[in-house]
Write a protein that binds this ligand. Structure first.
Ligand code: FAD
Length: 538
């Protein structure tokens, strides 16, 4: 097969245009073309009035070899790479000491799946509840201001990405095509087929819930186990080697292979790991607000007369500004046609995030706009000082909102002018359980406020209306990535604790659903290599 890249066609091209373009590009007769399939479809919207679709195509012809030779100097004509997944091995029997995976986020689920597929019968432990019960608890905070600190947006089956926009793209290097395996598995578990070929796939919350359940059933069917409401409170380490874990009810599970795929909000578990002497270091993350604009404004700005086109969908954006005070401000986790959600996992705190449904048809676009911060900004030199800062800011936001999980918010115009907000304009906030208009200045450190005040007008130059008076800022966005890294070596084990495999976002090795899932596959392979005695590849 031949892979053609950078095949450009108009947005409104007809069905036959792809085939015609292939024949023209390869200079072959129709009779020589056997098959064409779309591997990827993106778009180029730099000219709003002339938006093109950009295809990557897999083509089969009667003369593949000759064509590859003829186009040897053309980087856009290459042999289709073998992207099929290769297991590192298979167990011949269920091991006496089964591997333990902590966490059922995308990372833990993919560690569990791959281990189960290799016959290693993992035991997966999750502090939160199964996804249907968890959904009720999560809505409990959004609707009734009742937080369940063990079952919420951060904790429970599916992990942090379950109530989300379900964006499935990442900029990680992926020479072994692990991302492809993840997308194929997602489709097997109920995701729409299009995630395999659109350049920025997303799933949305409702579909994610069903997929997560299907994935669990598969793991169980393959001999794995998924146990809910089983928080790991202690890791047992003897002479630098993991021996097992202690659960919240005091029971013990023995294993010499324990994966910590605990996400970035398991603050108590990070504390336990530090106290047990597992190597942890502080790492940079970002803080800021969620901003909401009308989605129609973003669509008009990005797509002009093509706004509303079905192929393009609701427009997204990505912005960055380097400030005079040395800070960088950037947009993050943009949710087209979505809502802002309450995302705390601890009582007395307010944290924002965003989600959407597959249709992305809510009236507002939302995104985090955040300022990068370094360990030198943290209140102390402790490895967990980033968590102390997060807690402090989240508690401040809770107080500013009035102390009942209402989030503090301000209109962009007032924020830029430094005056408290009193009433909404055209943009209505989507955050549940509700917002209180106020002055957001006390909610973040001075340098962050200064950077945001410089960045928003700069963003307005890229997206007209970004700094509009009535756009809404809701505070605070603090759980952008893990504030710690659980450093690991080339065998994916902690650098000072054998058998402890830090994984995913919480360990500081992923950010986002796809990259966490890919990291899960890599860690699962590493566990299998260790258990099956397979050497690490170069
Ligand atoms: P997590 O998903 O955080 O999973 C960790 C799991 O471990 C949790 O279920 C937790 O309960 C469990 N756990 C923690 N401690 C223990 C313990 N001691 N014992 C037992 N279990 C434990 N990313 C995207 O790519 N696209 C998006 O659209 C997107 N939207 C998001 C929207 C929201 C509201 C949120 C909160 C996040 C969003 N993200 C998105 C980020 C994404 O969800 C995370 O990057 C991803 O979930 C990280 O995966 P993970 O498996 O490493 O950790």
């Amino acid at each position: 097969m031949i892979r053609l890249t950078q095949i450009k066609l108009p947005l409104d091209h007809d069905e036959m245009a792809i085939e015609s373009k292939v024949l023209k590009t390869l200079k072959i007769a129709k009779g020589d073309l056997l098959n064409v399939s779309v591997f990827k479809r993106g778009y180029d919207a730099r000219k709003k009035t002339n938006i093109s679709l950009i295809y990557t195509l897999d083509v089969d012809t009667r003369c593949n070899e000759q064509l590859l030779e003829r186009f040897a100097k053309d980087n856009n004509v290459r042999a289709t790479p073998d992207m099929s997944y290769k297991f590192v091995g298979h167990a011949t029997e269920v091991p006496a000491k089964r591997p333990i995976v902590i966490g059922t986020g995308p990372c833990g689920m993919f560690v569990g799946l791959i281990l189960a597929q290799m016959g290693l019968a993992p035991i997966i432990l999750e502090r939160g509840k199964a996804v249907r019960e968890r959904t009720k608890d999560t809505w409990g905070l959004w609707r009734k201001r009742e937080l369940n600190s063990e079952s919420n947006v951060q904790f429970g089956e599916g992990g942090a990405g379950t109530f989300s926009d379900g964006k499935l793209y990442s900029q990680i290097k992926d020479s072994n095509h692990h991302g492809r395996k993840v997308l194929h598995e997602f489709v097997n578990f109920g995701a729409p087929e299009e995630i395999l070929y659109v350049s920025k796939p997303h799933i949305g919350t409702f579909k994610l819930v069903k997929m997560v359940e299907n994935m669990r059933h598969k793991i169980t069917e393959l001999g794995g186990e998924v146990r809910f409401s089983q928080r790991v409170d202690e890791v047992l380490i003897d002479d630098g080697q993991v021996q097992g874990v202690v659960l919240q009810d005091g029971s013990r599970l023995e294993s010499e292979h324990v994966v910590f795929a605990i996400g970035h909000s398991a603050r108590d578990t990070f504390t336990m790991l530090r106290d047990k002497g597992v190597y942890i270091e502080a790492k940079p993350f970002s803080i800021g607000f969620r901003v909401e604009h009308p989605q129609s404004m973003i669509d008009d700005c990005r797509f002009g007369p093509n706004a509303g086109n079905e192929i393009l969908g609701a427009a997204d954006y990505k912005l960055v500004h380097h400030c005079q005070n040395g800070r960088s401000v950037y947009s993050f986790c943009m949710c087209p046609g979505g809502t802002v959600v309450a995302a705390t996992s601890e009582e007395g705190q307010v944290v924002t995030n965003g989600m959407s449904q597959y249709s992305r048809n809510e009236r507002n676009a939302n995104a985090a706009i955040v300022v990068g911060i370094e360990p030198s900004d943290f209140p102390s030199g402790d490895v967990l000082a980033g968590i102390d800062l997060q807690r402090e800011l989240e508690q401040r936001a809770y107080q500013l909102g009035g102390g009942d999980y209402t989030a503090p918010a301000q209109l962009v115009g007032d924020f830029l002018a430094g005056t408290p907000s009193r009433e909404f304009g055209e943009v209505q906030p989507s955050y549940k359980p509700g917002i209180k208009l106020t002055d957001l200045e006390p909610s973040l450190p001075e340098y962050a406020i200064e950077a945001l005040r410089e960045a928003i007008p700069a963003f307005d130059k890229k997206i007209k209306g970004y700094a509009r008076y009535d756009a809404i800022l809701t505070g605070v966005e603090t759980r952008t990535s893990s504030p710690v890294r659980l450093k690991r070596d080339e065998s994916y084990q902690s650098i000072n604790t054998r058998g402890l495999f830090p994984a995913g976002e919480g360990a500081g090795y992923a950010g986002g659903i796809l990259s966490a899932a890919v990291d899960g596959l890599k860690v699962g392979e590493a566990v299998a290599r260790s258990m099956l005695g397979i050497a690490i590849e170069d």
